[in-house]
Design a protein around this ligand. Sequence first.
Ligand code: PLP
Length: 776
Amino acid sequence: MVFTLRKKRTTPAIRKYIGESQKSVPKLARELGLSESTVRKWRKRAEGYEENRRARPSRTSFTPDQQALIVEIRRSMLLSLDDLLAVVRMFIQPSCSRSSLDRLLRRHGVCRIADLVPDPEEHRRVLREYKSYLPGFMRVHERTLPRVQHEEFRKHLFMAVDRSSGWLFLEAREDGSPEEAAAFLRDLSDGAPFHLRRILTADRPLFRPAEEDPDPFGLACEELGVEHVTYPARTQESHQPLPDHAGTTASQPSSFASSEEIEKKLLAHAHVYNNHIPLMTMGRLTPVEKLARFHEAHPDLFKRHPGELAAYPDQEKYLFYQTKKEQPIIAGAEGIYMWDTRGKQYLDGCSGAVVNNIGHGNRRVIAAVERQSRQTFFAYRTQFENRPSQELARQLVEHSAPHLNRVFFVSGGSEAVESAMKVCRQYFFNLGEGSRYKFVSRVPAYHGSTLGALSLTSYAPLEVAFKPLVRDNPKIPAPTCYRCVYHKQYPDCELECAWALEKTVLEQGPDNIAAFVVEPVGGASTGALVPPDEYFGIIQHICRKYGIFLVLDEVMTGFGRTGKLFAYEHWGVQADVVALSKGIASGYYPLGAILTTDEIVDVVVRRGGFAHGHTYAGNPMACAVGQEVLRVIMEDKLPENADRMGKILLKGLNRLGRKHRFIGEVRGLGLLTALELVRDPQTREPFPPEWNAAMLLTDNAFADGLLIYPRRSINGLYGDHVLVAPPLIVREAQIAELLEKLDKALTRTADHLNALETTLAEERASGPTPATPYYR
Ligand SMILES: Cc1ncc(COP(=O)(O)O)c(C=O)c1O
């Protein structure tokens, strides 16, 4: 071998030659014209270099099993670098940089997606054959997951990718046997939103065993009516464990405690990928969005709407609300109608929780949100004023009673009630009347669930656990004439329930009372309870006589709900503070407020300012929404519509009351109406609470696509009622539709309740066992 030596006496080629040569040092020295020490030096370095090359420690901060996982995701899903980066940041390493991920892919030889496609020619052939990709043609494959420290086994990952949308389904299974492959296929068929039509797999014994062997996968395909197509398996594609890069996982601290944890990560990954990663190959749509498009054009290919897929693996574990039953997922809403992801339509007969006064999807409000979003969503009130809050305050003052001219914004009903309590209390405190800290309210009542508001609320199930935390404020009976606590009849009763306020004030000592808090028309706890006409005159008189404030909780009744903008207008009540929420932003944004007088604010502000407030008080976006909602309410004359439609609704409900024996009372004002359900209309005996009659009716209505709102009117314990309170934009034909649906639901509920009665009678006859209750 001849080398031309120029400036340097050894070149990389000579060094390489030295490193690889088996010749002796003197022989090489002679051959290359070098000294023996030079040859010895390069031979030594070459050995060291090889060693280095073999075991160069990785500078990545990924643990080996994280690396293996990333490589597997790349291999199996062929995600682009940026898509993969999003997944890695979300689930594996939030601080991962694009370049470090790129380096990792290079190191593991998976940096070119084209190289990862198994047998590209065959692949293209198969793809051409099924060019008209429609949902239901899925490629299935299987890999072994990395072994986790302390675990002896390796789980097997089965994955299926829908060719039309990239939608991914995966499961980690105990082993890579044909039985497990078949079980995976069955789960896939259940879990996919579309009908499974064709499956593409590598031609491996797992999916297609030898003739004489049992073929569970083939049997499953047959049973499910799925065509099975194979492509030749490459060695690399075969049943190999994931590579254990740069040492064994056992010798390194593992980032996964168990294979279950890996499985969870992979499921979470699949969720993010399906729902949040727009794919270049799908025209920048996520797999679920792409499927939704297919659903529009080919609904016949689907078993259910793609939007109905579980939003997140184990999602029900994370959210906890009172309700126990599974609920549909909302997909859209317009006017008085709502749709779930299955495409089922609901008539919103209760405006959510009596919130959505202006109806759903109002274009003007949507435009107002867009306008405001171009300016700012948030500016903190001690640093900036904002136009929407100033303007909404002005609008509220303009439309409310002349003496109510100061506004304080909050984000919801409970906050509004608590703010009302605190402004009253601080007024008296600032005036040196520190003994005035008690607030009288009614039984039953609902004023919210935070601790202060709960001290005014009377709805036992919500209070019992919190009794020691909540002030024991004095209560008087609500004017529940249908179940008069004094066993009297209006008008002979001379409104003893109203005069109970005076009695309580005197018992407690007038100097200890700050205010009386009351819903003008009772809402959730009393079911649209309208007081007798004289009621508020008496209440107003007592409050004035003893110098206590009158606080009206118009959280539910405000903004047109009862046929006037504010319910106090019905009786000309002059409140000192009015608490507002719900209809104020009609569900388009969280918002609440109190309206009060100059006198109160002056005393509070003059001496140090209102020692109260929340981060979102006067939020610009919330107030921009409130402004537009109020304009819609006034310009579209929604209180007037509520008055007209409310009368039609009440007439219809009374008709149903006459038809269905278990409707004890129909009551309400404007579009805040309710039906009270009774076991015996003569005695007014309520249903046994465990029969959950109001919930049963609500569920039956729900099944027929009607939303109503169930509660109980005997302190939350008995006395089932449902609120019927559609958005104030409702039209006469829609009221008819509502009543028709309600009628059907009432008929079915009657059947169900009768069946419960029969069972109870039979059980009584045969022994002391109670009837099967209807539980939610
Ligand atoms: C009269 C009344 N006050 C207060 C509240 C509490 O409002 P939020 O649930 O927004 O805290 C409600 C809620 O239903 C209500 O009806």
